[in-house]
Design a protein around this ligand. Structure first.
Ligand code: IPE
Ligand code: MG
Length: 227
């Protein structure tokens, strides 16, 4: 979800205004996902690298995280959303950690939409933490892992790999998001800034995705035969 700062700057507003507007778009995308029958939606809200931003911007983002969780959790639960927060959670202050734990618990029985907020998240962090767990398991006598055993230790092992990645804000890069899990994802890049991201743009991304042929290494002819 990129482009909050530029959206605000273009309007001579503080960056914070862009982040607040960005939060509203999160609500809209959750609703659109439910309406489209999407079962897994993962949002890259705050990266491992975002801690390097000026302290006042980081603290505003943390406050927004707290207030949005407090404000939205009941409606999310009512709408069948199961919320998970994935990343280096121990970097957050205790109050936010408690809120996250409570929200996860409160929504644990839901399964209509699995909503994951990747926060204090980095793809390399994820791979390293999986490797560390593997090393510990190996030392305790587990066999050398293959891809599946490795993937099982990644932080989003509860979800299938993403089919579609949408990046707003004009950059054409992954920026350390789900680097392992995106291996076969279709990548949709748009210049639209996140605070301007609308239902139409989301629908355009889904329509573009629907036209992709997903071969997973096979040929078109093989796919046609399988049907
Ligand atoms: C939102 O956009 C991403 C967050 C870390 C919340 P940015 O804050 O990166 O916006 P730009 O790239 O400066 O426009
Ligand atoms: Mg940015």
């Amino acid at each position: 979800m990129d482009g909050n700062g530029r959206w605000a700057k273009a309007r001579h507003l503080p960056r914070v205004a862009g982040h607040s507007r960005g939060v509203e778009k999160v609500r809209a995308v959750i609703e659109a996902s439910i309406a489209s029958g999407i079962e897994y939606l993962s949002l890259f809200a705050f990266s491992s690298e975002n801690w390097r931003r000026p302290a006042d911007e980081v603290s505003v983002l943390m406050r927004l995280f707290v207030s949005s969780l407090q404000k939205e959790i009941d409606a999310l639960v009512r709408n069948g959303v199961r919320l998970r927060v994935v990343g280096q959670i121990d970097a957050f202050e205790p109050r936010l950690r408690e809120l996250i734990a409570r929200a996860q618990e409160q929504s644990a029985h839901n399964s209509r939409l699995h909503l994951t907020i990747c926060a204090s998240y980095g793809g390399r962090w994820d791979i390293v933490q999986a490797a560390q767990r593997l090393v510990a398991d190996y030392a305790a006598g587990a066999a050398l892992p293959g891809e599946q055993e490795f993937a099982r230790r990644l932080s989003m092992s509860f979800a299938p790999d993403p089919d579609l990645l949408i990046r707003t804000g004009g950059e054409r890069r992954i920026s350390n998001f789900l680097i392992w899990q995106l291996a076969y994802a279709e990548l949709f890049f748009t210049d639209v800034l996140w605070p301007d991201f609308q239902g139409e743009e989301f629908a355009a991304a889904l329509a573009w995705y629907a036209q992709r042929e997903r071969r997973f290494g096979r040929t078109s002819e093989q796919l046609a035969r399988v049907g």
